[in-house]
Design a protein around this ligand. Sequence first.
Ligand SMILES: O=c1ccn([C@@H]2O[C@H](COP(=O)(O)OP(=O)(O)O[C@H]3O[C@H](CO)[C@@H](O)[C@H](O)[C@H]3O)[C@@H](O)[C@H]2O)c(=O)[nH]1
Length: 685
Amino acid sequence: MDTTEGRLFEVKIGKGRAWKWLYAGSMLLGLLLIWVYRASHVPEAGEKGRWAWTAVFAAELWFGFYWFLTLSVRWNPIYRFTYKDRLSHRYEEKLPGVDIFICTADPIIEPPSIVINTVLSVMAYDYPSEKLNVYLSDDGCSIFTFYALLEALQFAKSWIPFCKKFNIQPMSPSLFFSKSTVPVHDSSFSDWTTMEKLYKDMESRIDAAMKLGDISKEIKAKHEGFSEWSSNISSKDHQAIVKLRVSEKISNGPIILTIDCDMYANNAGSVRDALCFFMDEKQGHEYAFVQFPQTYKNTTKNDLYASSLKIIQKVDFPGLDGQGGPLYTGSCCFHRRDCLKGRKYSELSNVELKGERPQILEASSRILEEKTKDLATCSYEESTQWGKEIGLKYGCPVEDVITGFVIQCRGWKSVYFCPKREAFLGLAPTTLSQTLVQHKRWSEGDLQIFLSKYCPFLYGFRRTKLGLQMGYSIYCLWAVNSIPTIIYAVIPSICLLNEISLFPNVFSYWFIPFAYVISLSYIVSLWESLIHGETLKAWWNEKRMWLYKRTTSYLFAFVDAILKMLGINESAFVITPKVVDEDTSKRYEKEIMEFGSTSLMFMILSIVAMLNLFCLVGGIGVVIVDGAGALGSLFMQLLLCGSLVLINFPIFEASFFRKDKGCIPISTTLSSVAVVIIAYFIPVF
Ligand SMILES: O=c1ccn([C@@H]2O[C@H](COP(=O)(O)OP(=O)(O)O[C@H]3O[C@H](CO)[C@@H](O)[C@H](O)[C@H]3O)[C@@H](O)[C@H]2O)c(=O)[nH]1
């Protein structure tokens, strides 16, 4: 193939425009008919169910509006392909420096052995090693992480050459040795077993230090860096951590990769893939960042907690790319340093990827170390533009999303690149509670953006395409979905119990738009899941998590975001644990849902489930007594209530049949039953 010509990447546009028009047009017609029905059939004043009707109508208006927003990411998806051979041929000698930032914050829930695997994996990229610099920022200021890093540096001297010699992928030793075995007669066998032993020995030394809760004097004597821990140091008061401006003084790579501490590099070519976009002669100067999907190595076969976020990764993000670029999601993203530092896009300037690497002499490295300590302190930032216009934006639980949005508003585009071999593999939450808390943080942060001056429709107006503003709003309005979803999960069921019909009779023409809109949206969602490799059960699990997130995470996020806006509350970053105990882990592998504690979130889930079970039994009783007439007018409610009972099966199982530690505590079950009984006596208006 001729590598002297041609673009460094190619874009393919998604097909099926005619089908999309048909889908969007018919859904819109169906929604309009539903709204017409609602507006023209409101119960008379004084008639039972008037308020319930109004609430359901409001929820349907919202669902329609929200569905319209989601069209933005389905309209024009684009898929990208890179030509790394062309990049090597033209630019091998001129490849830019790349600074990799890994951040960690807590050695207990983010064990150092996980962190160093991430470090080792990125060090093994197929890239000139003198141009690759890896920085680890430890917000937890842990001596164990420091010690593990020293061990990793020693190990890297054997690991990196080994990876390059045998083209090892994944480049994280723990993942590699857990997956691969080499036949005894293979020529690489002895290298392989030596390396595995080296790794296991290192891992057990680190784990032993963690267990002991101390680092021995002999080890401390080996590196002067340990002396930093001799004073009264804590995670709240510690030496400076590595930041953007610090790396500027040390390596000043024009390209920056940010990753979470549990995101192992899994594809040796990712740096080169990213550069195919930044260095493309025709369009490279337009791109500020290249976001790769955050994929997880520990999701179960049927993705119990829907943590793979498959539809976001496979449908939404290519769609956003077609509208000007995906969101920056914190991890797995390559940035142009200039853009992170606040540079505005200009069509005329050809932004070269130059970045003079500071000359550091042996003698000056100590002075540099002292100087960078000062640079990295938070107080350095007082009365500066850091955290506002320069670097990541502070003060929002999703600092990544807001930072990416502002960069796009400065005129830059971003790229979404989904390579065949996953670029990164991380750790998804492995309990229900971790998943719900993580989504609470995301949806709260996103709503805060919507309510701030950075609202996509306001700040993005004239700065970005309307499609991109709509795309951002899908996530920014996640939390608001909680209210209409709760209305829909509760009110029709209560009305069923009280024999109040909220939907048209199955034999009426008005039933058709309801049946059409509901079935089409489920068929499309099922089809999207299946073509992207999900199982039927994974789709069903995703629907359950859709309900659980909306009724808990999003609800809490909604309330907290409003309180924050009113100045009553401050939001905090709850770090997602990367490890759980053995029992919990076994249940996760068997896809048994984990409850186990008495949280308010579980209480809400339990109440909604019990209420629906109660209403379904009552509703069936009504139909048996009243006959076919009642079945016709209550059919939709029976269907809705029945589906809610079915999807909540894990809650009933965890309340009544399970005895393990992950079941729902009896106190939660009793309280929710009590709430349901009280609700039964509340009159419906
Ligand atoms: O005070 C903190 C809190 C977190 N972290 C690190 O930030 C990363 C992300 O935190 P985590 O608790 O793992 O959050 P997740 O929800 O798993 O992460 C997603 O969501 C975050 C925003 O909510 C983004 O910052 C992340 O990049 C993105 O992967 C981890 O490496 C943490 O060690 C810090 O360095 N300091």
